[in-house]
Design a protein around this ligand. Structure first.
Ligand SMILES: Nc1nc2c(ncn2[C@@H]2O[C@H](COP(=O)(O)OP(=O)(O)O)[C@@H](O)[C@H]2O)c(=O)[nH]1
Ligand SMILES: [Mg+2]
Length: 636
């Protein structure tokens, strides 16, 4: 098999007994019915698979059951179809599941296909022409309007080569899914294989997978290792999109794996039970009421959903609406994923649509911007989407969240973020990892910071500024550290704040003292200056002042900060000059008597008591003026 051969998934669709499975066998040589019961009863119950290489294309056939009871199996197979093979039996023409399957494929967004008018050997020419006209009428205005209609007979082989040609033509213009995007494989089968362990199969809809890869199993959440990968029955180094793929998984029992689960790139996505969607109701459906319960199918998953319309109260047949779906089970769905809804009872397909926000919240009346937001998502303009998402993220929008909500690649994210920054819509407050804040939210943070600093300085005129950490916590949890830092930097760059050091203050702001405070400050300083080393207690000094205790304490702090006073121990404060003098005395002592001095000698030299001598010596040790050596000090 050549590596650059195009891989395309062909899915059958059509009413039961119209010859789908027989046709797949006639085209590929493989009868797609696998189950013993299918072979015995001659009907297709579950999905069947077959392969064909033709005209440089690798076709993977997914054959679906036509019986109305097995439409949910059909749905699991229809996800991932590139080319539809719509089967209409020439002897029966269009029947209920022809319509239902066709509706499903249209709602799933299948873009192209081929119509096979099967069992052509069973009808005369006129009947065949009639069926052809009915089919043309049926397909008018749909994505298959211009699709080739090919009469075939699996019995005689007539028309088969025309059909292969038509399929090849369709395959040639089918868009190739991007292997460079995130890996995703919705599981349609899980089983154990002797000597291998657990194996899952599915249609690879995005990215690629190969042996040794780590993958995440949704919705369970385990990280698993890929042991081996097969595609079309052969081991491959990497399976690429548009291929039927079997993955051999290590570290899990096959009983823990089932249809509806998804293997995906690890650590990128989040499972969900709330999604916002565009929901379309078929013209044949009954009107849908607010709160309706429906069967929900996406990928190979199936659950029950409760429908809430954003805006409308009900949905008319043939109409569409923005809706919030509450799912009974957790699933992995991503933006643009198609889904189908079927009536709760009796079970018939009534509509479908596309996922807009896979990580939606419960609809809230006060969230008046929701509809506009979803319409933005629907327009699919990257810049608009990222701007809208950033605006709605109060805390800022991080890289991981952008990936989970948009499925954009790294390049797409950084490119779009840069454009938003350049146009002034959002601020990148951190690049590694990326964190975006809307310009409005960022302006809010800046304004709040300025307000807090101003308020603090007004309330604490004797303090030079607010501690960074205090400022940060005063803003509450709604401001992330990154936004805070970026806002401070910007305010400092604009010279509105002075943020050097631990403190944040208004740029150029100085402490201004009232005359009474200035006097008190001088008194404090004088009290310590005149005491030399035999200092009074702080309490004593402050008690003598005319200003109240709290302000007196702050004046002391200012003197300490200005380094005119020095705190030597918790309750001893000295004037700067007294300490300078002491250091001079010591160096004179060293010159005269050598570099050793003990406590009694120190007391004698300075004329102070032990109460002052010990803390002062310890202070001098810390200042590296002296060093302790046993009972003595070495003067350094
Ligand atoms: N005469 C005739 N019979 C056919 C042809 N294709 C299928 N059949 C028969 O129609 C029946 C249903 O075919 P099957 O492939 O199981 O239909 P499915 O339910 O659409 O998969 C079988 O008995 C087939 O043998 C055909 O081209 N000519
Ligand atoms: Mg069949």
């Amino acid at each position: 098999m050549s590596m650059n051969m195009k891989s395309v998934i062909v899915g059958t669709a059509g009413h039961i007994d119209h010859g789908k499975s027989t046709l797949v066998e006639a085209l590929t040589g493989t009868h797609p019915d696998r189950l013993v019961e299918e072979k015995r009863r001659g009907i297709t119950i579950d999905l069947g698979f077959a392969f064909l290489e033709e005209n440089g294309v690798r076709f993977g056939f997914v054959d679906v059951p036509g019986h109305e009871r097995f439409v949910s199996n059909m749905l699991a197979g229809a996800a991932g179809i590139d080319v539809l093979l719509l089967v209409i039996a020439a002897d029966e023409s269009i029947k209920p599941q022809t319509r239902e399957h066709f509706d499903i494929c249209r709602l799933l967004g299948v873009k192209r296909g081929v119509v096979a008018l099967t069992k052509s050997d069973m009808v005369d020419k006129d009947t065949l022409e009639l069926v052809r006209m009915e089919a043309e009428e049926f397909l008018r205005g749909s994505f298959l309007e211009n699709a080739p209609l090919v009469p075939v007979s699996a019995k005689t082989g007539s028309g088969l080569s025309d059909l292969k040609k038509a399929l090849s033509d369709a395959a040639a213009i089918a868009s190739v899914k991007d292997a460079a995007r995130y890996f995703r494989l919705p599981i349609d089968r899980a089983f154990a294989m002797k000597g291998f362990g657990s194996v899952v199969t599915g249609t690879l809809i995005s990215g690629s997978v190969g042996p040794g890869d780590e993958v995440e199993l949704f919705p369970r959440g385990e990280r698993l290792r890929v042991r081996g990968v097969q595609s079309g029955g052969k081991s491959v180094e990497r399976a690429t999109p548009g291929q039927r793929t079997a993955v051999n998984l290590a570290g899990i029992e096959h009983t823990a794996l089932k249809r509806g689960m998804v293997l995906a790139a690890p650590g990128k996505f989040r499972k969900t039970r709330r999604i916002d969607v565009r929901l379309e109701l078929l013209p044949s459906a009954r009107k849908m009421k607010q709160g309706a319960r429906v069967h929900f199918h996406a990928g190979t998953a199936e659950t029950i959903a409760e429908v809430f319309f954003h805006g409308e109260k009900e949905l008319r047949p043939g109409g569409s609406a923005l809706a919030n779906l509450k799912l009974q089970d957790e699933v992995l769905v991503l933006p643009d994923d198609r889904f189908i809804v079927r009536q709760f009872s009796p079970v018939v397909t009534i509509g479908g649509g596309a996922v807009l926000d896979p990580l939606a919240r419960r609809p809230m009346l006060r969230d008046t911007g929701r509809t506009a937001f979803l319409e933005t998502l629907e327009r699919s303009n990257h810049e608009e989407i990222l701007a809208a998402m950033t605006e709605r993220a109060i805390l800022g929008l991080g890289y991981d969240e952008i990936v989970a909500r948009t499925v954009w690649t790294d390049h797409e994210i950084r490119d779009t973020a840069k454009k938003l920054f350049d146009t002034g819509h959002a601020k990148t407050v951190s690049t590694e990892p990326l964190l975006l804040v809307s310009e409005k939210a960022f302006a809010d943070v800046r304004r709040k910071i300025l307000e807090k600093v101003e308020k603090f300085q007004k309330e604490n005129p004797l303090l030079p500024g607010i501690l960074r950490e205090d400022l940060r916590s005063s803003l509450g949890k709604r401001v992330r550290a990154e936004s805070f830092r970026a806002a401070l930097d910007e305010l400092a760059a604009q010279k509105r704040l002075d943020t050097s050091g631990e403190l944040v203050k208004k740029a150029g702001s100085e402490i201004t003292l009232l005359p009474e405070e200035a006097r008190a400050k001088e008194q404090i300083e004088a009290a310590f200056a005149s005491a030399s080393l035999a200092v009074p207690s702080v309490k004593e000094v402050l008690a003598k002042l005319t200003v109240e205790a709290k302000r007196a304490e702050k004046l002391l702090q200012i003197l300490l900060r200005e380094k005119n006073l020095v705190r030597v121990s918790p309750d001893l404060v000295f004037h700067r000059q007294a300490l300078a003098q002491l250091k001079e005395q010591l160096s004179a002592y060293k010159k005269a008597k050598g570099d050793r001095i003990n406590v009694p000698a120190f007391k004698e030299l300075t004329g102070i008591t032990r109460k002052y001598a010990i803390p002062l010596l310890e202070y001098l040790d810390r200042e590296r003026v002296t060093r302790r050596a046993g009972d003595e000090r070495v003067i350094l």
